[in-house]
Design a protein around this ligand. Sequence first.
Ligand code: C2O
Ligand code: CU
Length: 552
Amino acid sequence: STTRRFEFNVKWKNVKRLCNTRPVLTVNGEYPGPTISVHEGDNVEVKVTNRVDMNTTLHWHGIRQLRTGWADGPAYVTQCPIGTGKSYTYRFTVVDQRGTLWWHAHLSWQRSTVNGAFIIYPRMPYPFSVPIQEEIPITFGEWFNSDVMAIEKDMMLTGVGPNASDAYTINGLPGPLYNCSLKDTFIKTVEHGKTYLLRIINAALNDELFFAVADHTLTVVEIDAVYTKPFTTKAIMIAPGQTTNVLLTANQKPDSTGMFVLAARPYLTSIFPFDNSTTIGFLKYKTTKSKETVELPLPPYTLPSNLPALQDTEFATEFAKQLRSLGSAQYPCKVPKKVHKQVITTIGLNLQECTPNKTCKGFRNQRFLASMNNQSFIRPPISILECHYKNLSMANLFSNFPEKPPVPFNYTGVNPLTENMNAEFGSKLVVVPYGTRLEIVLQDTNFLNPENHPIHVHGHNFFIVGRGFGNFDAEKDPLHYNLVDPPERNTVAVPIGGWAAIRIHADNPGVWFIHCHLEEHTTWGLAMGLVVQEGKNPSQCLIPPPDDLPPC
Ligand code: C2O
Ligand code: CU
C-alpha cells in the first residue's frame, strides 16, 4: 500500500478579518489549514513540528487509529504535548473508512484556527449513481477578533461563559453580512444541470449550525465518513465535530445576477449569550457570456427561506430522524444487537464555589463546571495511554468511572438544582475487555441550562440506536431502539433536554477520549475516558509506542 507523507509546521501567521489583523495559530501559515487527501487503505505520516511558544498536539478526528492510539492526539490522554521546537510524526493507516473527516489541534482552544479537511477517497465507486461534476469542501468556523486562548483563560478565571465569536466563516470567509468583509466572501461557480458533492465540516468551537442553499435541496449521502441512505432535505443541522456529505444539483433558474445565497447560522439551545449572526456565501451559475465576472450582487442579501430559525429544535429532531446507515451488501450496518455492558451517564453543567478566587464573578458567586455523572474531567500531567500501556501505577487517579448517575433524579424536570449536582474532579475511566459490546446512554440535564451537546468518541464509530426527549426510561425506551439501520458516526448531537443511546463495538485497544465537542464544555470538564484492554492475540494489541513519542 501507499504511504502518504505530510509536513505540518505549527506557526503563527497574521490574518486579517473584519478589518482586524491578529496573529493566529496555523499549520504552514495557512488559514484555514491544508487539506489532507488520501485513499482508503493508505498509510499516513504527518510530521508535526512545533514552531510556536506553546505546546501543541494534533488529532485526526474520526480516524479509527486501529492499534495506533499513539497517533490519536488528545493532549494528556494519548500523548504528552509536542513542545516548542520539537517534532512528532503521527503514523497510522486508514483502515476500512472512506469519506470526509477532518483534523484539528487537540490542546486548549487551538483548534479554533488549527484545522483542516481530511478526505479519504474510496476504493469502490460512490454508492450513488449520479455523476459528480466536482467536489466542494466547505468548512464552517468561528472567527474571534481577540486571542482565542486568552478567551479560554478568561472564562476559567471568571467562572462565566466565554465571549462569543465575532463571525462565523465558510472556508475562513465571514461574508458580506459582517463589517468589512465584502472581499472575504465564499463564491463557488457551478454549471446548470450538474451535480456537486459538498463535503461539509463543522469546525466551529462552540456552536451547532444550520446550513441551507437558497431554492436548492440537499441530498444527504454520508455522515462522519459513513454512507447513509440518501434523503433530500431543505437544510442540514451539523454539530461541531460532525461532517456531512450532500449532493446538490444546480437545477434552478437564476435571476440576472446568477447568484444563490448559501448560509449558515447557529442552532441555539443555550441561555448563554451566543453569537447569533449568519455567514453567507454564493453559488454562481455559469452563464454563456464569454467574459465571466464573479462580482457580488448588491445588498440587501436575503437569507434562504429554507434556513431553519435559531431555535428550531423541531427541524433538528426531524433531520436526525432521517439519518440511517446505508446498510447495503457492500456496506452492511454492523450495529451490536446485544450488549455486554451498559453505562448511563448524565451530561451537563455544574457549579462550584468561587471563593477564595477573587477574579471569579460567576453566577451566584459560583463558577461553571461541566461533568459526566458528576465527574468533572481534568487532564492529568501525564499521558493516560502511556500509564496504561506501561502498567504504571494509576492509583486512584484513574479508578472506575461511575456507571450510573450517583443519585438518580428528574434530570430534565423543572429546576433539578439539588446537591446531586456537586461535581468532583478527576480522570476516571470506564475499562472494558477487548471486544466488549458497550452501550452508553447520554442523558442531558436541565441544570441551569438544558442544551444540545455533541458528544464525540475517539477510536471508534458508534451506532445511535435510540434518542428521545425527557428522561431515559431503561424499561421502555430500549423497546424502540433501531437495531436495523441506525446511523453510524463519531459525534452525536444529544437532543436538548433528552438522551441518546449509542452502541460501540470496543475492538480497538487503547485509551480513548469521550467528550463534548463544544470546546467550552470540554474545558469545564464534560469528558471521560474509555479504556479498551488488549485482546489475546497480537492483532488485538496496541503496536509499541513510537520512539519520538513526546515525553511529559
Ligand atoms: Cu474533534 Cu477529541 O475531538
Ligand atoms: Cu456540551
